[in-house]
Design a protein around this ligand. Structure first.
Ligand code: OAD
Length: 244
């Protein structure tokens, strides 16, 4: 059943510039937890906001390393879901398609997306907390690994609360949002800035903004089209409605 308004289908079918922002909800159908869901098991007593900070790492690097090692194992076992795959397919239909993600799991690229801006870094890379050297491979020995170059502690190459986003990626994402004819925000609670500002920015310069999320967000009242449900179902259905 096609539940999408004809106007949206027509806009997407002729759009030349589309920008997308994704968050943890897009990886939910791949089995990964979102940030603001209650955590389970071993880590239930910690809030991500208390572990994903430079202060937490300075205070207890082992605790923070172990939390990321646990999350990395989940990411390694995860596969792209139909939502990721629909976005990769959309990229091949639209001349200028930019996908900015807050996710650090790399699943968009695995699904075949090419123009991906990782606004919050990647959990599959590390960088030295002292000299900044980045690496994709490191010695695992249980403890927090050290930098081959300077001996400093290695940390995940992700953006923590209180840290700036990678300037180049953020600038490209902002530009894409301002140029987009259609902007799609999917699977994000829209509470963490600056990423959460992108749909507002697109809207302010005239883009049609579509939101796909399991629940309403602070952006919902401003969305031109809002679909509540699973992005792993809605994104492929939208793709099929336009190009199927
Ligand atoms: P959140 O956990 O804040 O929000 C995920 C959103 O996805 C929620 O609004 C859910 O309702 C929704 N959701 C859950 N399952 C869904 C599904 N199957 N389909 C569609 N939507 C679904 O995650 P983010 O918005 O990504 O930052 O969080 C933003 C940032 O805050 C993260 O990148 C991370 C986090 O702390 C850093 O680590 C810097």
């Amino acid at each position: 059943m096609n539940v999408f308004p004809e106007l949206l289908i027509r806009l997407l079918a002729k759009a030349e510039r589309v920008a997308v922002l994704t968050g943890a909800g897009v990886s939910r159908e791949s089995g990964l937890q979102t940030f603001r869901e209650a955590q389970t098991g071993l880590w239930a007593q910690f809030k991500p906001e208390e572990l994903a900070t430079p202060e937490a790492f300075a205070k207890d690097p082992q605790l923070v390393w172990d939390w990321y090692a646990w999350r990395r194992e989940a990411v390694k076992a995860a596969r792209p879901n139909p939502g990721h795959i629909a976005l990769a397919a959309m990229e091949r239909k639209i001349p200028k398609f930019t996908l900015a993600t807050q996710n650090v799991d790399g699943l968009h690229r695995l699904a075949g997306s090419e123009n991906v801006l990782e606004l919050h870094g990647s959990i599959m890379r590390v960088r030295c907390s002292e000299c900044g050297l980045r690496a994709e491979f490191w010695e695992e020995g249980g403890g927090v690994p050290r930098c081959e170059s300077c001996g400093g502690l290695l940390r995940p190459d992700v953006v923590w609360f209180g840290e700036p986003l990678p300037a180049d990626e953020l600038q490209q994402a902002r530009l894409a949002a301002r140029e987009a004819q259609v902007f799609i925000s999917a699977g994000t609670s829209g509470v963490v800035y600056p990423a959460a500002g992108l749909p507002f920015s697109a809207k302010s310069v005239g883009a049609t903004v579509v939101e796909i999320n399991a629940e309403p967000t602070p952006f919902t009242p401003s969305a031109d089209f809002s679909f509540q449900g699973k992005s792993g179902e809605i994104l492929p259905a939208l793709f099929n409605a336009v190009w199927g």
